[in-house]
Write a protein that binds this ligand. Structure first.
Ligand code: ADP
Ligand code: MG
Length: 277
Protein backbone atom coordinates (compact mmCIF):
# COMPACT_ATOMS: atom_id res chain seq x y z
CA UNK A 1 0.00 0.00 0.00
CA UNK A 2 1.30 3.36 -0.93
CA UNK A 3 1.45 5.95 1.79
CA UNK A 4 -0.98 8.87 1.63
CA UNK A 5 1.06 11.92 0.66
CA UNK A 6 1.35 14.33 3.53
CA UNK A 7 1.50 18.05 2.87
CA UNK A 8 4.42 19.31 4.86
CA UNK A 9 3.85 22.25 7.15
CA UNK A 10 5.63 25.26 5.75
CA UNK A 11 6.10 28.31 7.95
CA UNK A 12 3.78 31.09 6.76
CA UNK A 13 5.53 33.92 5.01
CA UNK A 14 3.56 36.80 6.49
CA UNK A 15 4.78 39.28 3.92
CA UNK A 16 3.72 37.17 0.94
CA UNK A 17 0.45 35.55 1.91
CA UNK A 18 -1.72 34.49 -1.01
CA UNK A 19 -4.83 36.57 -1.59
CA UNK A 20 -7.71 34.77 0.15
CA UNK A 21 -10.15 33.19 -2.27
CA UNK A 22 -13.82 33.95 -1.56
CA UNK A 23 -15.78 30.89 -0.52
CA UNK A 24 -19.14 32.39 -1.58
CA UNK A 25 -20.98 29.99 -3.90
CA UNK A 26 -22.56 32.74 -6.03
CA UNK A 27 -20.53 35.76 -7.13
CA UNK A 28 -21.89 38.66 -5.09
CA UNK A 29 -21.09 41.17 -7.81
CA UNK A 30 -23.50 39.40 -10.14
CA UNK A 31 -26.56 40.66 -8.26
CA UNK A 32 -27.62 43.86 -6.54
CA UNK A 33 -26.96 43.93 -2.80
CA UNK A 34 -29.92 42.54 -0.89
CA UNK A 35 -31.26 43.71 2.42
CA UNK A 36 -33.64 40.83 2.97
CA UNK A 37 -34.28 37.52 1.29
CA UNK A 38 -37.41 35.55 2.10
CA UNK A 39 -37.13 32.02 0.75
CA UNK A 40 -39.91 29.44 0.49
CA UNK A 41 -41.71 30.70 3.58
CA UNK A 42 -44.82 28.83 4.70
CA UNK A 43 -46.90 29.28 7.85
CA UNK A 44 -49.62 26.93 9.01
CA UNK A 45 -52.00 27.74 11.86
CA UNK A 46 -53.83 24.58 13.01
CA UNK A 47 -53.85 23.18 9.49
CA UNK A 48 -54.76 26.52 7.86
CA UNK A 49 -52.09 27.75 5.45
CA UNK A 50 -51.68 31.46 6.16
CA UNK A 51 -48.58 31.68 3.93
CA UNK A 52 -47.54 29.26 1.20
CA UNK A 53 -44.05 29.22 -0.28
CA UNK A 54 -43.41 32.96 -0.22
CA UNK A 55 -40.19 34.00 -1.92
CA UNK A 56 -39.33 37.66 -1.97
CA UNK A 57 -36.15 39.71 -2.19
CA UNK A 58 -35.65 43.29 -1.13
CA UNK A 59 -32.78 45.31 -2.46
CA UNK A 60 -30.89 47.56 -0.13
CA UNK A 61 -32.48 50.99 0.10
CA UNK A 62 -35.67 50.15 -1.76
CA UNK A 63 -39.18 51.18 -0.75
CA UNK A 64 -41.54 48.26 -1.24
CA UNK A 65 -45.28 48.31 -0.81
CA UNK A 66 -47.06 45.17 0.25
CA UNK A 67 -50.74 45.08 -0.69
CA UNK A 68 -53.53 42.54 -0.80
CA UNK A 69 -57.01 41.86 0.54
CA UNK A 70 -57.70 41.32 4.24
CA UNK A 71 -56.42 37.94 5.36
CA UNK A 72 -53.88 37.73 2.51
CA UNK A 73 -51.03 37.16 4.98
CA UNK A 74 -49.34 40.58 5.03
CA UNK A 75 -49.13 40.84 8.80
CA UNK A 76 -48.13 37.19 9.13
CA UNK A 77 -45.24 37.82 6.73
CA UNK A 78 -44.04 40.73 8.86
CA UNK A 79 -44.46 38.55 11.97
CA UNK A 80 -42.15 35.95 10.42
CA UNK A 81 -39.52 38.53 9.50
CA UNK A 82 -39.48 39.96 13.03
CA UNK A 83 -39.54 36.58 14.79
CA UNK A 84 -42.99 36.95 16.31
CA UNK A 85 -44.22 33.93 14.35
CA UNK A 86 -42.13 30.88 13.49
CA UNK A 87 -42.67 29.68 9.93
CA UNK A 88 -43.45 26.02 9.28
CA UNK A 89 -41.01 26.05 6.38
CA UNK A 90 -38.54 28.38 4.73
CA UNK A 91 -36.05 30.99 5.77
CA UNK A 92 -35.59 34.76 6.04
CA UNK A 93 -32.04 35.84 5.31
CA UNK A 94 -30.54 39.13 6.18
CA UNK A 95 -28.26 40.63 3.55
CA UNK A 96 -26.24 38.05 1.69
CA UNK A 97 -27.76 34.85 3.03
CA UNK A 98 -25.53 34.74 6.07
CA UNK A 99 -28.11 34.94 8.85
CA UNK A 100 -31.42 33.06 8.92
CA UNK A 101 -33.69 35.24 11.05
CA UNK A 102 -36.24 32.46 11.58
CA UNK A 103 -33.73 30.78 13.90
CA UNK A 104 -33.31 33.86 16.11
CA UNK A 105 -35.29 35.51 18.91
CA UNK A 106 -37.40 38.63 18.33
CA UNK A 107 -34.98 40.62 20.44
CA UNK A 108 -31.92 39.48 18.48
CA UNK A 109 -33.65 40.22 15.17
CA UNK A 110 -34.37 43.77 16.35
CA UNK A 111 -30.72 44.15 17.38
CA UNK A 112 -29.65 43.02 13.92
CA UNK A 113 -31.44 46.01 12.45
CA UNK A 114 -35.04 45.05 11.68
CA UNK A 115 -37.37 47.74 13.03
CA UNK A 116 -41.12 47.40 13.05
CA UNK A 117 -43.88 49.92 13.46
CA UNK A 118 -47.29 48.60 14.37
CA UNK A 119 -50.48 50.34 13.36
CA UNK A 120 -51.22 51.83 16.78
CA UNK A 121 -48.55 54.21 18.03
CA UNK A 122 -46.86 53.06 21.21
CA UNK A 123 -45.10 56.23 22.33
CA UNK A 124 -44.57 57.00 26.02
CA UNK A 125 -47.49 59.41 26.44
CA UNK A 126 -46.26 61.02 29.67
CA UNK A 127 -42.79 61.82 28.35
CA UNK A 128 -41.76 64.62 26.03
CA UNK A 129 -41.04 64.07 22.35
CA UNK A 130 -37.33 64.49 23.06
CA UNK A 131 -37.38 62.01 25.96
CA UNK A 132 -39.17 59.46 23.79
CA UNK A 133 -36.34 59.68 21.25
CA UNK A 134 -33.78 59.53 24.06
CA UNK A 135 -35.32 56.37 25.53
CA UNK A 136 -35.44 54.75 22.09
CA UNK A 137 -31.82 55.66 21.43
CA UNK A 138 -30.58 54.18 24.70
CA UNK A 139 -33.08 51.33 24.66
CA UNK A 140 -30.77 48.76 23.16
CA UNK A 141 -27.96 49.43 25.61
CA UNK A 142 -29.47 47.83 28.69
CA UNK A 143 -31.37 49.08 31.72
CA UNK A 144 -28.36 50.41 33.61
CA UNK A 145 -27.36 52.52 30.65
CA UNK A 146 -30.90 53.77 30.13
CA UNK A 147 -31.31 54.90 33.72
CA UNK A 148 -27.95 56.44 34.42
CA UNK A 149 -26.12 57.35 31.25
CA UNK A 150 -25.93 60.93 30.06
CA UNK A 151 -26.45 61.63 26.40
CA UNK A 152 -23.23 61.95 24.47
CA UNK A 153 -22.90 64.87 22.03
CA UNK A 154 -23.20 62.40 19.14
CA UNK A 155 -26.52 61.15 20.61
CA UNK A 156 -27.85 64.72 20.85
CA UNK A 157 -26.88 65.34 17.24
CA UNK A 158 -28.64 62.15 16.19
CA UNK A 159 -31.84 63.07 18.07
CA UNK A 160 -31.81 66.54 16.49
CA UNK A 161 -31.44 64.96 13.05
CA UNK A 162 -34.33 62.61 13.71
CA UNK A 163 -36.59 65.39 15.04
CA UNK A 164 -35.82 67.41 11.94
CA UNK A 165 -36.58 64.43 9.69
CA UNK A 166 -39.93 63.63 11.33
CA UNK A 167 -40.89 67.29 11.46
CA UNK A 168 -41.16 67.52 15.25
CA UNK A 169 -38.22 69.79 16.03
CA UNK A 170 -40.53 72.53 17.28
CA UNK A 171 -42.38 70.04 19.48
CA UNK A 172 -39.36 68.52 21.25
CA UNK A 173 -40.48 69.68 24.70
CA UNK A 174 -44.13 68.75 24.25
CA UNK A 175 -45.63 65.80 26.05
CA UNK A 176 -46.10 63.01 23.52
CA UNK A 177 -49.64 62.33 24.76
CA UNK A 178 -50.66 65.81 23.59
CA UNK A 179 -49.52 65.36 19.98
CA UNK A 180 -51.94 65.00 17.10
CA UNK A 181 -52.49 61.46 15.77
CA UNK A 182 -50.21 61.96 12.76
CA UNK A 183 -47.45 63.46 14.89
CA UNK A 184 -47.53 60.44 17.21
CA UNK A 185 -47.08 58.17 14.21
CA UNK A 186 -44.08 60.21 13.07
CA UNK A 187 -42.64 60.16 16.57
CA UNK A 188 -42.84 56.40 16.58
CA UNK A 189 -41.07 56.26 13.24
CA UNK A 190 -38.45 58.56 14.80
CA UNK A 191 -38.09 56.21 17.75
CA UNK A 192 -37.52 53.33 15.37
CA UNK A 193 -34.88 55.37 13.56
CA UNK A 194 -33.10 56.03 16.86
CA UNK A 195 -32.32 52.33 16.98
CA UNK A 196 -30.53 52.60 13.61
CA UNK A 197 -32.44 49.89 11.76
CA UNK A 198 -31.40 48.84 8.27
CA UNK A 199 -34.88 47.49 7.46
CA UNK A 200 -38.11 49.24 8.48
CA UNK A 201 -41.41 47.37 8.39
CA UNK A 202 -44.37 49.72 8.61
CA UNK A 203 -47.95 48.48 8.92
CA UNK A 204 -50.70 50.83 7.69
CA UNK A 205 -49.00 54.12 8.55
CA UNK A 206 -51.70 56.51 7.35
CA UNK A 207 -54.78 54.94 8.95
CA UNK A 208 -56.73 57.78 10.55
CA UNK A 209 -54.51 60.54 9.17
CA UNK A 210 -55.68 63.79 7.61
CA UNK A 211 -54.87 64.50 3.97
CA UNK A 212 -52.03 66.85 4.95
CA UNK A 213 -50.60 64.29 7.40
CA UNK A 214 -50.79 61.62 4.70
CA UNK A 215 -48.81 63.77 2.27
CA UNK A 216 -46.21 64.51 4.91
CA UNK A 217 -45.93 60.77 5.70
CA UNK A 218 -45.39 59.93 2.02
CA UNK A 219 -42.58 62.49 1.93
CA UNK A 220 -41.07 61.06 5.12
CA UNK A 221 -41.12 57.45 3.86
CA UNK A 222 -39.65 58.44 0.51
CA UNK A 223 -36.91 60.23 2.43
CA UNK A 224 -36.12 57.15 4.51
CA UNK A 225 -35.62 54.90 1.48
CA UNK A 226 -32.06 54.84 0.26
CA UNK A 227 -30.49 54.92 3.70
CA UNK A 228 -32.98 52.25 4.83
CA UNK A 229 -34.90 49.45 3.21
CA UNK A 230 -38.57 50.21 3.81
CA UNK A 231 -41.55 47.84 3.56
CA UNK A 232 -44.97 49.46 3.83
CA UNK A 233 -48.29 47.64 4.16
CA UNK A 234 -51.09 49.96 3.11
CA UNK A 235 -54.61 49.77 1.73
CA UNK A 236 -54.89 53.30 0.39
CA UNK A 237 -53.99 52.93 -3.29
CA UNK A 238 -53.59 56.67 -3.80
CA UNK A 239 -50.93 56.61 -1.09
CA UNK A 240 -49.27 53.48 -2.49
CA UNK A 241 -49.10 55.16 -5.89
CA UNK A 242 -47.45 58.18 -4.32
CA UNK A 243 -44.61 56.25 -2.68
CA UNK A 244 -44.14 52.89 -4.37
CA UNK A 245 -41.65 51.87 -6.94
CA UNK A 246 -42.15 48.12 -6.63
CA UNK A 247 -45.28 46.53 -5.26
CA UNK A 248 -45.83 42.97 -4.07
CA UNK A 249 -49.42 41.68 -4.05
CA UNK A 250 -50.31 38.90 -1.63
CA UNK A 251 -53.47 36.86 -2.03
CA UNK A 252 -54.51 33.84 0.05
CA UNK A 253 -51.01 33.51 1.45
CA UNK A 254 -49.23 33.54 -1.91
CA UNK A 255 -47.45 36.14 -4.01
CA UNK A 256 -50.00 36.93 -6.71
CA UNK A 257 -47.99 39.56 -8.56
CA UNK A 258 -44.95 41.77 -8.20
CA UNK A 259 -43.68 44.70 -10.19
CA UNK A 260 -43.82 48.46 -10.69
CA UNK A 261 -47.09 50.05 -9.54
CA UNK A 262 -48.10 51.00 -13.09
CA UNK A 263 -47.86 47.36 -14.17
CA UNK A 264 -49.59 46.01 -11.03
CA UNK A 265 -52.56 48.33 -11.51
CA UNK A 266 -53.16 46.89 -14.98
CA UNK A 267 -52.67 43.24 -13.97
CA UNK A 268 -56.08 41.56 -14.50
CA UNK A 269 -55.50 39.09 -11.65
CA UNK A 270 -54.79 41.94 -9.23
CA UNK A 271 -57.79 43.94 -10.43
CA UNK A 272 -59.99 40.90 -9.94
CA UNK A 273 -58.97 39.98 -6.40
CA UNK A 274 -58.12 43.38 -5.01
CA UNK A 275 -58.28 46.61 -6.93
CA UNK A 276 -61.67 45.88 -8.43
CA UNK A 277 -63.29 45.63 -5.00
P1 ADP B 1 -53.48 40.44 6.46
O1 ADP B 1 -52.53 41.17 7.34
O2 ADP B 1 -53.05 40.38 5.03
O3 ADP B 1 -54.89 40.98 6.56
P2 ADP B 1 -52.98 38.20 8.23
O4 ADP B 1 -51.54 37.90 8.05
O5 ADP B 1 -53.35 38.96 9.45
O6 ADP B 1 -53.57 38.91 6.93
O7 ADP B 1 -53.79 36.84 8.26
C1 ADP B 1 -53.65 35.84 7.27
C2 ADP B 1 -54.57 34.68 7.62
O8 ADP B 1 -54.04 33.95 8.72
C3 ADP B 1 -55.97 35.10 8.03
O9 ADP B 1 -56.89 34.17 7.50
C4 ADP B 1 -55.94 35.03 9.54
O10 ADP B 1 -57.21 34.76 10.06
C5 ADP B 1 -54.96 33.89 9.79
N1 ADP B 1 -54.20 34.06 11.04
C6 ADP B 1 -53.34 35.05 11.33
N2 ADP B 1 -52.78 34.87 12.53
C7 ADP B 1 -53.30 33.72 13.04
C8 ADP B 1 -53.15 32.98 14.25
N3 ADP B 1 -52.30 33.38 15.20
N4 ADP B 1 -53.87 31.84 14.40
C9 ADP B 1 -54.71 31.41 13.44
N5 ADP B 1 -54.91 32.06 12.28
C10 ADP B 1 -54.23 33.19 12.06
MG1 MG C 1 -52.76 42.86 8.58
Amino acid sequence: MSAIPVVSEVPIDTDHRPTPVSSAPIPEAARPPLALWVEGLSVTFDGFKALTDITLTLEKGELRCLIGPNGAGKTTLMDCITGKTRPTEGAVYLENRLTDLTKLSECRIAQLGIGRKFQRPTVFQGHTVYENCELALKGNKGVFHTLFARLKPADRTRIDEILELIGLKDHAKRQAGLLAHGQKQWLEIGMLLAQSPTVLLIDEPIAGMTHAETERTAELLRGLAGAHTVVVVEHDMEFVRSIARRVTVLHQGKVLAEGPMAQIQKDPRVVEVYLGE
